[in-house]
Write a protein of this length. Sequence first.
Length: 86
Amino acid sequence: MEDTVKLDISRDILDSARLTAPQLKVELAVYLYQQGRLSVGKARELAGMSLWEFRQLLASRGISPHFGVEELYEDVEAIETIKARK
């Protein structure tokens, strides 16, 4: 089991931002990816989205993909998973 960290954010702050807790996680994931602090794989994991969904979200916001070796391996893994389903 992975260690987790809980972050306390008051309901008032979420309400003021007009976000739910899951939406805040998505926003945090996008921000950290955009800043180069998380890989696309870790960011999509934080967002609770598939790689495809997260990439579509990034594209819809005009955020260019950052491709490195880790992202290449993640893409290959995603392709292999799709192939295995067929």
